[in-house]
Every structure is written in C-alpha cells, then in structure tokens.
Design a binder for this molecule. Sequence first.
Ligand code: MEV
Length: 305
Amino acid sequence: MAVGFGKVILLGEHAVVHGRPALAAALQRGAEARTVAAEGPELEVATWELLLRAHGERDPGPHAMLQSAFEALLEAYEPPPALRVQVELSLPGGAGLGGSAALSVAVVRALDAALGLTRSDDEVAEMAQRAERVFHGNPSGIDAAMAAHGGVCRFERATGVRTVRPARPLPLVVGYSGEQGSTKQTVASVARQFEREPERVGEIFDAITAVVQNGQRAIEEGELDRLGQLMILNQKLLSSLLLSTPRLEEMCQAACEAGAYGAKLTGGGGGGCMIALCEGPEVSAKVAAAIEAQGREAFITEAGA
Ligand code: MEV
C-alpha cells in the first residue's frame, strides 16, 4: 500500500509561505493508495464515493479541482497510465491537516510502484507540489514535503526539509472546529496584508521566526512547557493576522484550562483544526474531553509518524 502522511504545523504556518522557517510533524493518519487496471488514468476516492477520469468529462461539483490536480500529477507520466488509483483518506478535507498533499503523495507512490519507477522522497514531494499548486495557489511546499518524508521536520522554502529529533515524544490533541478553512483564501489574505503593511506584517513574520527557532531548541531539548508557551505566542501572532476564529480561540482556551502546555490553530486557519501539546496520555484524554464537551471533534496522537 502506498502512503502519504497528514501533518500538523507545530509553529510557523503562513510565515513559511514568505520564506521563513516552520516546524511540522507528520500524523499517523493520511492517505493510502493502490492501483488496479483500467482503460485510462482514473482516480477513485472511496472515502468520498468518488470516481474521476483524467481529461474526461469535467466533474460538475466540488471535485473539479481534484480532477485538475490529478491531471497535474499525470503530466509526469508518458504514456498516460492505464490504471485506476484507489485512495482511502483518514483525514477530514479542508481541516488544515495536509489531506490534499497526503492524497497526492499516495497517488504518486501508487503509480510509481505499479510502473516500476523509483523516486526519492524529495522527488515525490516535488511531484505532489504540482497538485498542491492547483489546490492552494501559492503553497510553500511544507505539506507536500511532510506528506512524503514523515517525522518531525523544519522546513524552509529555500532549503526544503531537515529532520528534527525530539528529545521526547510530543503528545498532541488535534481538535477539529467543524468550520472548513480555505488555505487558498487565508494565504491570499496574508499576502494582501503584507503588501499593504509590509513593515507591520514583516515584524510579525520576524516574531514567528524567533518562535520557530526557539521552538526547535525546545523540541530537541525535550522542554515541552517551553514549546507550549511558544505555541500560545504563535497563536497570538496568527490571530493578529486575522487567521483565527472565535471557535478556534475557545477550543485553545479550553485545551489550556484542561492542562495542555499550549494550543494554537494549525495550518491555514480561518477554521480547520487546532492542536494542543500535552504531557502524556492522561492530560491528552482530559484535553480531548474538554474539546468534545464544546461539541467539537478531537483525536489524540503523537507528533512524528
Ligand atoms: C498550510 O499547511 C500551511 C500554510 O503555511 C500554507 C503553506 O505553507 O503552503 C498556511
């Protein structure tokens, strides 16, 4: 089975689009894909009961973009493979957990396996980035890189991914606000703010960079309380870029009151998911329960699949 990992951004989303570093961790959840023979390239997403044909009739619904993204991936395959890629997703879409990148990486790996092609993780991520551009406009590449590499990483547009080694596990609770965020829209909104107020927004990016650098040391030194404080700080900086929502704020507050070291939105924002860093299983269970008590979904995980 070919796999693509979902991810959470621990620190640094949005600033990473503008060339700053960010820290991310792969999730145990993501996408799995395999192929069966077909007349031409087809994509089946069982989770959404969806079957698309490349270059076939345009999907009239919300999956038109997926069809174009699939076609972008296929540009690297000549002749077009007579294969149906069957994908199963274990992540909600539009939740900021890298679902589209996980899907693209799983599709590339499944096609490569069937065609006897070998590619490095970096090359797979580069392929997935073609589809990410269709979905997200101007993505930094962090989602595609994490979907291919896994683990805990620092990412920068200029240098790509570097593995970060946590001194101890990073127990996380992921809470889903139920509000669909559009990364394409929030990335465009931050770009507009940066254009209008380069100094103010540039200072926010500088502050986020400092948070990321400090956060990397906290991870490498196993200081979860410090990392939690930095997450709280990062959340404030993201809020000042109008990326949070009242619901995400409530969820972060509930998580901290239930004992999390820190909490923040993760990914594109404007809805989607938040993460809370916990000491271990007991705190994680309390934090997840506090989020669920607000009528939201939560799952417990450990960063760095
Ligand atoms: C999305 O997971 C993270 C953003 O920084 C966008 C990107 O880096 O492409 C919001």
